[in-house]
Design a protein around this ligand. Sequence first.
Ligand code: SAM
Length: 430
Amino acid sequence: MKLPEEFLRRMEQRLGEEYPAFLQSYEKPPYRALRVNTLKISLEDFFREPPFPLGAQIDWEYRGMYIDEPKAGAYIEHFAGLYYLQEPSAMTVGEFTDGCKKERVLDLCAAPGGKSTQIAAQMEGEGILISNEIDAGRAKILSQNIERLGIRNCAVTNAAPEQLAKNFPEYFDLIVVDAPCSGEGMFKKEPEAIAHWSLQNVALCAARQRDILDYAARMLAQGGSLLYSTCTFSEEEDEGQIRAFLSRHGEFALEGDEKLLPHKINGEGHYCALLVKNGGGQRGAKPYPVKKNARANKAFYEFAEEFCTSVPQGEITTLDDGRMYLVPAGMPALGVRTLRLGVELGEWDGKIFRPAHAFAVSLKKEQCRRFYPLGKELAQRYLRGETLACSPSFENGWCAVGYRSYPLGLGKIVNGTLKNHYPKGLRLRG
Ligand code: SAM
């Protein structure tokens, strides 16, 4: 691996006698890890039947495990949302956010969802999480991950920080800015990060981070916490960025920061800083404008009575295109492009209600009255989109199709055939 010369010169200058150890860390293969999704499975259950051998627990995240398996994303348990694959040092964010108040949380630069899914597990379904991503393509992937992990209290938005700042003055208790950065900690995992690295890019990233942080500062409520993180080592983007922020924002104080360097930990490196806002005015934001549709709701409840053991409670909004969502309690009006809101229940076309994949995967097996269990081989065929023969004793109609105790998606039984409703874009290939 050929690292940029200017990068190496700067690191040598900064690290002094630690520099040879830092350089050596690039000779090791990149670390792989997963984080168990405790919204879907307890750690005990995951450890009892792991999909592949697990390595040591990660020091700073009890849900995180080192792994060797290169194809961990192709296992049925991954499709079932039982774990999230994440670089281990990125999980340090959870250590900082653990003690924070989390009634209203914004993850401002959220795709593909590592920090959002970690914080959602800490929130245990309470409060509201807005996971935002500026890039439309990446926002779609974020939305799929939020769905796969069965997160019910989250809205996924696709907006620039300045758009959100207009709508949410002094609103959030916790804002996470996992900033776009020069990615010096990604050199082993993503060779293109090496190609993109330059001093100009470091300066460009620092200027962008400064703007994002200033918008985040506006959206934080008095007493709220701002967690800033990067996967880079440059002073301008890390400690220097925070010093400059504090000099612009007298209402903030630094609670603590941590720089994980790859020669000191089993991970690729990360920087985190936790800031607290002491000043501030009144909270802004209006409640989410629920669009009630009595006929659509009636059709959903009729379906839910048959499908679930307990009917989901809460406000249902039906959008103009017929999509129906269970709105998390306390959700504010968003006013920006929204890809997902709470749990997508299904679609109402004016006559018929059709359940959504997201609804099935938001449930636990014991919440499904109609759960059709598959063994490993059939589950793989289901994930590929195949139609399956099923037991004739199983009544016609919609069911949650599952593997072990975990719903994978929807199927419709018609006279001994299990019609496959696993979404095309999510299917297992190969
Ligand atoms: N938090 C994510 C996770 O844990 O999976 C990783 C976020 S990544 C380090 C930074 C994100 O910031 C990228 O998805 C990128 O598209 C987004 N981004 C780029 N420019 C931005 C800007 N000007 N404002 C806000 N976000 C931006």
